[in-house]
Design a protein around this ligand. Structure first.
Ligand SMILES: [Zn+2]
Length: 72
């Protein structure tokens, strides 16, 4: 299990990115823009949970720490 956070600041591309906080990421947003999502087995589950929490928003994995979920 790994802890995931979502960047509450929208990307220039219009989407919201989730990051893996357990493995760490060089591209984590500022602390104040991190919203804790909780622990998930992988980024796929974290993205699904975030999407059900914020329906209508485009949520994708970070290119660097959640690359397998990086699709819009
Ligand atoms: Zn990341």
């Amino acid at each position: 299990m790994a802890q995931f956070i979502i960047n509450k600041k929208q990307q220039a591309s219009g989407d919201y990115e989730i990051h893996n906080r357990t493995t760490g990421c060089a591209h984590l947003p500022e602390q104040e823009n991190q919203v804790n999502l909780g622990y998930y087995p992988g980024c796929k589950e974290a993205v699904e949970a975030a999407k059900s929490k914020w329906p209508g928003k485009v949520i994708i994995g970070c290119y660097y720490c959640a690359n397998s979920c990086h699709e819009s």
